[in-house]
Design a protein around this ligand. Structure first.
Ligand code: ADP
Length: 307
């Protein structure tokens, strides 16, 4: 069995009195992807910075590609490709130049550097734009260049902080396919996100809230644990409707939502009782947002920090 790509063991970190990470443990199998999903302030970036050796944890340990982030930081840095939230490519350079400069920083040169650059231009489908300055590229293409750049030195593990921020759905899809290809090539990926749509297609998701890991597993399994149907109602008097349905019905942003083992058993009853005052009904399977709610008692989208 190969060593796990990432092993996090009882990791904690505080900024002054603010606890940002609280006793977090998990593993990522080599060649797989994991999404760290959580609202703003849940500790994702703190964990990301510890794994990329930019921040020393207060307690606990972490290994990346088999190396300890504290005692073997240079080995960790050689084994990881990192992309940060803020773009790091030079917009005045061409796509090819961006890759070449980064390769040089990692000691590549001559034919090996040219070969690796050509390989990545192809693999990331940016060869046609190789001689364009980065500035003129779309956000999605620029993100691909950035990830290609971080892969120049053939890292075993790719760490990405909110990689799809600002990308349209098409570019997000493209990024997902790219990750799948990288996994097939044996690269392990950890990325942070606050969007459940992004975590959904991932092999595993680690859900974070207030510095703690609240659930971890394949998204489909986590959703299946909740089971049943999720009903949402748009109605004229949502609070009254929520009261009528029962204490477990919640009213958020004017929409009433409730989980039930079987939707059809409640639907007719509710529509009859609230006759003429319901504008729309939606029945769906539980999502990662429902998993988050089950574990934290609040919505994923309501995670804005209260400072
Ligand atoms: P996320 O990436 O999920 O938004 P962070 O790891 O950035 O979460 O933040 C976790 C908590 O730590 C938040 O409460 C945040 O305000 C706090 N925090 C993050 N960075 C700093 C810092 N440099 N100094 C003080 N507090 C910080």
């Amino acid at each position: 069995m190969p060593a796990p790509a990432i092993e996090v063991n009882r990791l904690s970190h505080a900024y002054g009195s603010r606890r940002a990470l609280d006793d977090v443990s998990f593993e990522l199998t080599a060649g797989q992807s994991i999404a760290l999903l959580g609202p703003n302030g849940s500790g994702k970036t703190t964990l990301f910075r510890i794994l990329s050796t930019l921040l020393t944890p207060d307690s606990g340990s972490a290994r990346v590609a088999g190396f300890d982030v504290l005692t073997q930081a240079p080995d960790v840095r050689r084994s990881i490709g990192v992309t940060f939230q803020s773009p790091s490519i030079d917009r005045r350079l061409t796509v090819r130049e961006n890759l070449i400069y980064h390769g040089r920083m990692f000691g590549l040169n001559g034919a090996a550097l040219r070969r690796r650059t050509a390989e990545l231009l192809d693999a990331f489908r940016i060869a046609a734009r190789a001689d364009d300055v980065a500035e003129v590229l779309s956000g999605g293409l620029r993100r691909r260049v950035e990830i290609a750049k971080s892969m120049m030195h053939r890292p075993a593990v790719l760490l990405l902080d909110e990689p799809s921020t600002g990308l349209d759905p098409g570019a997000r899809d493209e990024l997902r396919r790219l990750f799948e290809q990288l996994n097939r090539d044996g690269v392990s990926i950890l990325f942070t996100t606050h969007l459940m749509e992004e975590a959904d297609p991932c092999q595993r998701v680690a859900i974070m809230n207030e510095g703690r890991l609240v659930a971890i597993g394949p998204p489909r399994e986590l959703c299946a644990e909740i089971g049943g149907d999720v009903l949402t109602f748009e109605a004229r008097e949502p609070r009254r409707l929520a009261q009528l349905i029962g204490p477990d019905a919640v009213c958020e942003a004017g929409v009433v939502r409730v989980e039930r083992p079987a939707a059809h058993r409640v639907l007719a009853e509710v529509i009859d009782a609230f006759d003429g005052r319901i504008d729309a009904v939606h029945v769906g399977r539980p999502t990662l947002a429902d998993v988050f709610r089950r574990h934290t008692g609040r919505g994923l989208e309501n995670g804005a920090e209260e400072n």
